[in-house]
Structures are given as structure tokens and as C-alpha cells.
Write a protein that binds this ligand. Structure first.
Ligand SMILES: Cc1cc2nc3c(=O)[nH]c(=O)nc-3n(C[C@H](O)[C@H](O)[C@H](O)COP(=O)(O)OP(=O)(O)OC[C@H]3O[C@@H](n4cnc5c(N)ncnc54)[C@H](O)[C@@H]3O)c2cc1C
Length: 428
């Protein structure tokens, strides 16, 4: 049997998905990751004091079929649970009330599951958003109505991590078209966290298929003829490519731009800020939406509560401790309503994680998109490729697409024997 070797740079979700696609067909994959561990923006932090938490809560929807397929492939689908099957509890700080809303528009047929303030004319505007033919800011379609605060703004920043005043109606419309399918709007979270329920099983599956994952290896430079890549200069080695080897750069746009400066890539980003409070949570995962607060949602785990501020431009440069105090005071009443012991003036041990470039800014303007295969044997992957919301789903799709187009790319040389020794690096 013969196989080409695919060198995948970046072991985030896109790189791992590319490697799963390559190895599914018996291909050979080597991953190079700059960080000490795989996962990229989906990672669990393990500080010395034992307060283990994700960088930030990640949700999937049942609409994210490609991501769910990856979970099935790596044997982790059952670890993603629906924390709120009866509808999302939403705490409204100004009124102090908690009520459930349905995430699927079909559930809005029940008055008790409707977002606050939803009227028939709002539904017409939401339909306009779902089927937007021209791109414009989400807020330009919805206008200043109660539904903006109770549904549209939180939904827009959750999906696009960009405020509704700027966010692309077409990108949001795409997500909404997926979500309105019956059964597609169920929200899922990792039972034990991103490391145990996504990244570790992906790495284990790849290793079982013979793939290598080399961490602590930053790609410093691509060696190329101008038409094809011939080598990779990494942290402590240079890897020269075989004639038929391929490369996938599963990297954020700013790294792609550094390595291939002639490519036009998106340059604007939006931050996400997460605060993790170490406290007795609940045995059952809980997920609550928040309105009238700095944060938009909170996830309750056994031993901590994680709170998310998306599109966090307004707070990202504020002192972390001040932001954490404000958020705690705002959410403590919501946690009490969910049965937790939480006192506004007794803040638990706190960790703040700031991701300044959490996603690209997904505004209603054309984003630069480089060709997916800028060199004969090199393809790009990453959540920012394409016109879908930049999420786990788009990262999976981009990784799989990159693997697929290289598989079908005309070969540059003879197939490489699978028996070829895996590492062929010359120490730099
Ligand atoms: C706080 C937060 C919350 C989020 N919430 C959600 C959510 O609820 N749902 C959802 O679907 N999505 C969410 N996202 C988005 C999701 O995390 C990303 O879309 C996805 O992880 C992107 O994967 P990626 O592989 O494209 O990029 P990355 O995860 O950025 O992977 C790129 C990898 O390349 C490595 N790398 C960079 N430069 C080099 C180099 N020169 N050489 C070698 N390696 C390099 C990096 O270390 C990284 O591991 C969230 C993101 C954040 C930050």
C-alpha cells in the first residue's frame, strides 16, 4: 500500500479535522503545533493549583452536523450533552426574573417559550434576516425594538462574536437557516470540558491511526519554489518535503499572512472574555442566558461557573479583577435562582481568560479570502476560511475541505511508500 504524507501545521480543530480526514483514507499525517498541546482556541487549562477549566465555554448545536460527525468518529458524541432540553433559562437583570425561551423558532408557537417582546412584525424581520439576499448589518434589518435586547443581540454575538450594529446579516442568516430545521436548534456542551470531550479523543484517534503530533514546533518559515512548498522550517528542525508530500496550513489568518505575505487575509478580530468562578456548582450541567448584564451566558459545572462576554471590545482592556467583580455581582442573583449558594459580596476564587483574537470580526463587509490552494501542494484551513460563521463547525469543514482538495490535486511525484520512516527531519 502507498500513501502520501500530509504535513499539517496547527493542531486546533481545523488541523485535527484535516488529519482525521487524511488518515481516514489510509493517508499519512504529521501535525506540527506551536503550543505545548493540541486544541488551539478549544482548550482546557490545567494550572498548578488544580482549578481546571476551559479557556471558554464552547457550545455546539445539533445543526452542526460536521462537528457532530467528528465527535462520532473519535467516540466522543455521547459526551456532549443538552443541558437545557426544556428551553434556555434567561435571567433578566433589570427585572430579576428568570424565564425559559425556546432556541428553535418552532418552539415560539408556545407563548411560554417566546423571547420577550416578540411580535408578528418581528417575525417578519427575522425571516428577512434568515433569507437576506444582500449583506447589511443585522441591526439594520431588525431596528431598535425590544426583541433586539432580548434575542437578536445575544444571538448575534453568540454566533458571530460581532455586535449586531456591525454583524453580517448574511453570515447570521446562514446560521439561522441551519437552526430552523426541526431538531437542529438543540444546544450541546461538553460534559467534562473541551480537553476530555474533544481534543484528547481526537488526538488518541489520530495516534491510533499512526499520525504524529509534534508539539512545541512553530512553523517559522515555508521553503518554496514559488509554485510548491519544498520544506518547513520549524522551531528546532527543518523538514524537507518528499516530491509528493502536501502541506495544510491550519492557522489563524495573521500567521498565514506572515508565512505567505502576498495573500490577502482578514485583519480585524473580536475578543471574548471568560471568567471562571471556583465554587460548588451542580452535578447536572446548567446553561443560562443573561440580559441586562455585561456577560451573555453562564455555564454551571460541578466545581465552577464559567461566564462569557462575547464581542468583548468594551471590556477586554479593563482590569481583569474589576470586570470579574462586576460580573459576579450581576450574576449572583441568577445563580441563586438556579439553586446555587452565591452571595453578591462573597466572590469565589476567580480566573479571567482574555482571548483578544477569539475570532475574526464578521461584519457586513466583504472579507478578504485567499485561494484555498495558493500553492500546488499547499492548502489553507481554519475557521476563518469561507463565508460561514467562524466556529468549530467551520473549522471542521475547512480542515476536511483542505484534505479533500489536496487529495484530488495533481500529484507532483511518485506516491510515497507507507513504510517510509515517519520522521525525516534534519536538526537545524
Ligand atoms: C473563548 C472562545 C469561545 C468560543 N466559543 C465557541 C462556541 O461556543 N462555539 C463554536 O463553535 N466556536 C466557538 N469559538 C470559536 C472556536 O474556538 C474556533 O472557531 C475554533 O477553535 C478554531 O479552530 P482553528 O483550528 O481554525 O484555529 P485555532 O484553534 O486557532 O488553531 C490554530 C492552531 O495553530 C497553532 N499555531 C499558530 N501559529 C502556528 C505556527 N506558526 N506553527 C505551528 N502552529 C501554529 C495555534 O497554537 C493553534 O493551536 C470560541 C472561541 C473562543 C476563543
Amino acid at each position: 500500500m502507498t500513501a502520501r504524507r500530509t504535513h499539517i501545521v496547527g493542531a486546533g480543530v481545523a488541523g485535527l479535522s484535516a488529519a482525521l480526514a487524511v488518515t481516514a483514507e489510509g493517508g499519512e499525517a504529521v501535525l506540527y503545533e506551536a503550543a505545548p498541546q493540541a486544541g488551539g482556541r478549544c482548550r482546557t487549562l490545567h494550572p498548578a493549583d488544580g482549578f481546571v477549566h476551559d479557556n471558554g465555554t464552547h457550545v455546539l448545536f445539533t445543526a452542526n452536523t460536521r462537528a457532530l460527525d467528528v465527535l462520532k468518529t473519535i467516540g466522543a458524541r455521547e459526551r456532549w450533552l443538552e443541558p437545557e432540553p426544556k428551553g434556555l433559562p434567561v435571567f433578566d437583570r433589570p427585572t430579576g426574573a428568570m424565564r425559559r425561551i425556546g432556541l428553535s423558532p418552532w418552539s415560539w408557537l408556545l407563548p411560554s417559550r417566546r423571547p420577550h417582546g416578540l411580535t408578528l412584525s418581528d417575525l417578519a424581520r427575522i425571516l428577512q434576516l434568515v433569507f437576506a439576499s444582500k449583506d447589511c448589518p443585522v441591526a439594520a434589518i431588525i431596528g431598535q425594538r425590544p426583541i433586539m435586547d432580548s434575542l437578536i443581540e445575544p444571538l448575534t454575538v453568540a454566533v458571530l462574536n460581532t455586535p449586531a450594529a456591525q454583524a453580517s446579516s448574511q453570515r447570521l442568516g446562514h446560521a439561522l437557516r441551519q437552526l430552523i430545521r426541526p431538531g437542529a436548534g438543540r444546544l450541546l456542551v461538553a460534559r467534562n470540558g473541551l480537553g476530555r470531550d474533544l481534543i484528547e479523543p481526537a488526538v488518541a484517534t489520530l495516534q491510533a491511526r499512526g499520525a504524529s503530533i509534534l508539539t512545541g514546533q512553530r512553523l517559522r518559515m515555508l521553503l518554496s519554489t514559488g509554485e510548491r512548498v519544498i520544506g518547513l522550517t520549524l522551531t528546532d528542525r527543518t523538514v524537507m518535503l518528499g516530491a509528493d508530500d502536501r502541506v495544510i496550513l491550519a492557522l489563524p489568518p495573521y500567521e498565514v499572512e506572515r508565512l505567505l505575505p502576498s495573500l490577502a487575509v482578514p485583519k480585524a478580530f473580536e475578543p471574548i472574555l471568560n471568567v471562571h468562578y471556583r465554587m460548588q456548582g451542580s452535578g447536572q450541567r446548567r446553561f443560562v442566558g443573561l440580559t441586562g448584564t455585561l456577560a451573555q451566558w453562564a455555564m454551571i459545572r460541578d466545581d465552577h461557573v464559567s461566564v462569557t462576554v462575547s464581542a468583548a471590545d468594551a471590556v477586554i482592556d479593563r482590569a481583569a479583577a474589576d470586570v470579574a467583580v462586576q460580573i459576579w455581582r450581576e450574576i449572583a442573583p441568577a445563580l441563586c435562582l438556579l439553586g446555587l449558594e452565591a452571595h453578591a459580596h462573597r466572590q469565589p476564587e476567580t480566573r479571567v481568560v482574555k482571548e483578544k483574537r477569539a475570532t475574526i470580526r464578521q461584519a457586513a463587509e466583504p472579507l478578504p479570502q485567499p485561494p484555498v490552494r495558493p500553492l500546488a501542494n499547499l492548502a489553507l484551513a481554519g475557521d476563518w476560511i469561507g463565508s460561514l460563521p467562524a466556529t468549530i463547525e467551520s473549522a471542521v469543514m475547512a480542515g476536511e475541505h483542505a484534505a479533500s482538495i489536496l487529495r484530488h490535486a495533481p500529484g507532483g511525484g511518485p506516491p510515497v511508500s507507507r513504510a517510509r520512516p515517519l520522521k525525516r527531519e534534519d536538526a537545524a
